[in-house]
Design a protein around this ligand. Structure first.
Ligand SMILES: *Cc1c(COP(=O)(O)O)cnc(C)c1O
Length: 420
């Protein structure tokens, strides 16, 4: 093992050549970044953000003015009626779970129209047995798979005309699947389609990895409630944990009452000193998302040039910050992840190997040398050890660190480096 990063001339040339070809793609990412930066600043301005909002509360957390401003800022950015932005949500998965339990009652039906939901929701819904699942409370679940990476409009129409569906869940980012992620355009079309047939169904969006990738967010397209993680895009690498839920006022109230307790809801929740981190993370988020997108595009074009299959391609319209490399063999997947880990700021000396992770069916290899545990807005790469051996790479707090991680991973792929 090297104690310092060494790159071959060949790899450096590949990067330089690729960067030239990415000029237009990067220009477009910069424009979106600028647009979203203005959105953030306007939300700060409108709510007269000041140092007093970096206050901290303890105990019940009544009248936390910082927390209240954060939630107004989120509402303005998402153009939603209300928001819940809390560190009492452990993560995005927890917020998704709380939201589903808040919206659904016994005998009602939850419908996913993007196929099997994210792995951590399987036990929440009861797709995998768990005595605390929605299913254990008598809440039913139906699922419609995507066809050719788009919604199955025929089946959606049939089911919502024939059954009383309470909540439709749409997961934008692909998770550990082989499908494409859902762009804003596709999302807009399906929301209009559903609302035209039945305006009462609650449309809930799992927005993880998608925030600030485009200029619009799901509420603007007609979604009722949107959920995401603060250790992904909007935390900007600064928020140490937490998640957000934005949407209609009555729905956010239900989620608040489920997160804390009926009768107290949004009114309680001590912030314990986290306000500044949440706000500063949001301030950095447009730029951090842009760095992640540039890293993803550079990865895509370089790996394609090296003969690997990639998704999306470098110049494709993106819905999220995730880049897939389809390795078609276990060894390359593992070596690539080991290369990413070797160029991480934290634990660069650790050699990741596949392991049985709780909540996942196959062994998973994970490269994540991040300041915040499990943060995937920081450069990270992982993949289940199963055909066709896909790496899921995402994040990078700066483009330069992303590029260096990629270069190290390419060196690992090409050489004798560690593989066990
Ligand atoms: C990451 C992710 C989640 C869960 O978020 P965590 O903060 O890791 O719990 C849910 N859905 C999708 C699509 C994700 O990518």
């Amino acid at each position: 093992m090297h104690n310092e990063l060494i790159f071959s001339k060949e790899t450096e040339n590949l990067i330089q050549e690729s960067e030239k070809e990415l000029k237009e793609v990067f220009n477009n990412i910069n424009k979106i970044c600028e647009y979203n930066s203005i959105k953030v600043l306007n939300a700060f301005k409108k709510n007269k953000l000041s140092e007093t909002h970096f206050n901290t509360t303890t105990g019940y957390g009544y009248n936390d003015i910082g927390r209240e401003v954060i939630e107004k800022v989120y509402s303005d950015i998402f153009k939603s009626e209300d928001a819940l932005v809390r560190s009492q949500f452990i993560s995005g998965s927890h917020a998704l779970s709380v939201t589903l339990f808040a919206l659904l009652r016994p005998n009602e039906i939850l419908l996913s129209i993007t196929g099997t939901p994210y792995d951590t929701l399987h036990e929440v819904i009861g797709i995998k047995e768990n005595p605390s699942s929605l299913k254990s409370f008598g809440i039913n679940y139906e699922q419609i798979d995507l066809i050719d990476n788009d919604f199955d409009y025929k089946k959606i129409e049939e089911i919502i005309k024939n059954k009383k569906i309470k909540v439709i869940e749409i997961q934008r980012s692909k998770g550990y699947s082989t499908r494409k992620s859902i762009t804003i355009e596709k999302l807009e079309k399906v929301i209009k389609f559903i609302k035209n047939i039945n305006n009462n169904i609650i449309i809930m969006i799992d927005n993880c990895y998608c925030e600030f990738v485009d200029t619009k967010e799901p509420i603007e397209l007609g979604a009722d409630i949107v959920v995401g993680s603060l250790i992904k895009n909007l935390g900007g690498g600064i928020a140490p944990n937490g998640a957000y839920v934005v949407g209609k006022k009555d729905l956010i109230e239900l989620v608040g009452e489920r997160l804390t307790l009926p009768g107290e809801g949004k009114e309680v929740g001590p912030t314990l000193g986290i306000n500044k981190s949440i706000l500063q993370g949001l301030f950095f988020a447009p730029q951090v998302v842009a760095s992640s997108l540039k890293t993803a595009c550079l990865t895509s074009i370089c790996l394609e040039k090296l003969g690997y299959e990639v998704e999306p391609r470098y110049n494709e319209k993106r819905a999220d910050i995730v880049q897939n490399i389809i390795f078609h063999n276990e060894k390359d997947l593992i070596k690539y992840c080991q290369g990413i880990q070797g160029a991480s700021p934290i634990d660069s000396f650790v050699i990741p190997v596949p392991w049985d992770m709780p909540g996942y069916d196959d062994k998973v290899i994970m490269a994540s040398g991040s300041f915040t545990q499990g943060s995937s807005i920081e450069l990270s790469c992982d993949g289940p050890i199963r055909e066709p051996f896909i790496a899921y790479q995402q994040g990078s707090l700066t483009y330069q660190y992303g590029k260096i991680g990629l270069m190290n991973a390419i060196e690992f792929l090409k050489t004798k480096q560690k593989y066990e």
